[in-house]
Design a protein around this ligand. Sequence first.
Ligand SMILES: Nc1ncnc2c1ncn2[C@@H]1O[C@H](COP(=O)(O)OP(=O)(O)OP(=O)(O)O)[C@@H](O)[C@H]1O
Length: 572
Amino acid sequence: MSRSAEAYYDSLAQSTPPTPSEPVTFESIGIRRPIVKALAAAFPNVQSPTPMQQRFIPALLSGKDVLLKDETGSGKSFGLVLALLNKERQRAVRTRSGALKPQITSLVIVPHRDLAYQFMHWIERIVNSPTVQAPPSLASLAQVVVRDGGSHLKQLPILQQEPPHILIGTPQALLDIHNEQPDALSLTSLSTVVVDEVDYLVDSMPIKDKNKTHFKSFLKAKRKLERHPSATKQLLDIIYARRKQLAEQENYEGSKAFHQRRYSPPSPQLVMSSATLRRHLDLFLFRQSGWLQKDNLAKCKIPFRKRSQNALPSPEATEGEIDGLGGSGILHSALVVTLSGRIKNIEGAIAIERKAVASGDEAITPENIFGGETNSEDVDIVNEANTEPVEVVDTDAKTRPPFNPTALEAIATAFALDVPSVALLVLPASAPVQRVVEELRAIGVNAQGLDLLAADKGRAHLLRGGDTVEAEPTLLVSTLATTRGLDLPHLTHVFILGIPEGPKMTGRTIDAYLHIAGRVGRFGRGGRVVSVVESTRDEDDDDAVVPVDEAAKMVRIFREAGVRPVIFEHFD
Ligand SMILES: Nc1ncnc2c1ncn2[C@@H]1O[C@H](COP(=O)(O)OP(=O)(O)OP(=O)(O)O)[C@@H](O)[C@H]1O
């Protein structure tokens, strides 16, 4: 970037926020006019930058490192895409023939394949906007590298022949490519590196007091983490090897190393983003990693607003008054499946006034759906409505169901009663998605695996706006590992099976809950989050000693996250 451009963006980043009478536009924060026009045509709902986009986009365009933290669904990833599209194409290198060859400008590291494709879809939509005349080829603008049965290595020649402006990839796929052909990613001459969902990709340990009893096991776990760094850590260590070395030197040699750092060749700016950033990770990134330029860093963060108990909604609150996480109007509920097979609301849930979401005059009750034993005739009738042919589940040939059937039944009932259009079910990280889809279909739910590569399924959900109502409500099924950061605009409900990141309760558990819940309530929309957990408590014997059960953990998650659960009306 030229010095004058850098100074211009820097002045935008430094400038005092405009007064309310001065409308802030994407152009006024440095996005070029053709991109703004294409954006307006492709995403008519995106009219002006959010306050956080107003802060981080100019900072990114000025070449600063950026640490970005804002609520789920607040437009962080989308704003990053706009800023990256806006960047000047990276310095071209002279080939032997003397021609100028473009290089990869920005590398975006994301935790899973579907998020990579989401970035790609956004770029594709902007580029294919009718306002863009003679659009560049999509491959020259952006490419995705993900591990799909080893096919990512076949992409090497394409990457080398036509390096994209923006390369989006999952960490292991990128590392594989780098190990195979170190020049292919031109890692050290990139202009920008973005790590989205950084707290998922870079692990760190909470700081422990040496006098505490578990200090030895903490040290052991810490050493293990250091011996086996995540693929993202390895990549960042490669890209920022020089920065790291100088940062370490600076610790010992002070100002001499500081001057060396100032005059050493530029390294790519680093942008890291997430809705949750625990203090120990913040400290690790800032003090220990050596990746960031501390004196050229914009920290664009809103603090996590953990509300005090008093700030929680009163029992008399109505739906509109509930200020949920990740946006206003999210309702959080939890259904508990007891040892005796009952399904009931979690202890402490409050009742609120609520408009019925399910359509139709006839009252729908759990009994109407699962009144007695579900027999095969019932299943066939309901399945007729499914748009997809259903693979018949031969239960005899199958092993034991991976989940408590009553828990799946609770989800099916809640889905039938409350979901008007599209809901998401999030399973634990390594759960068998297809198997659960089959089990749900067998009990009449129009379930589909969330697959953003299949044009007729998940991808369609991703690309459509938020106002379409499905002819038949759909339940998209995914896992914790594949939902981080996904934007499904017309989702109204999220169901969570079990304790996220369980069974141990740590800060990551709370963060995982916040991220899953954050798939609804995006950009000020409402939504509902329903967890379904099992209880191991004996209802007939209050004094029986039992191991800490999922229901008790769920109560703790709500408490730590500052959420008061509300009663899911259709259950006890
Ligand atoms: N300035 C804007 N005005 C209106 N809508 C916007 C704006 N910026 C982004 N959006 C919309 O907000 C939604 C959420 O965006 P995005 O996925 O970037 O959020 P996020 O903060 O990255 O969420 P998460 O933390 O869950 O990853 C998208 O549907 C996007 O179209």
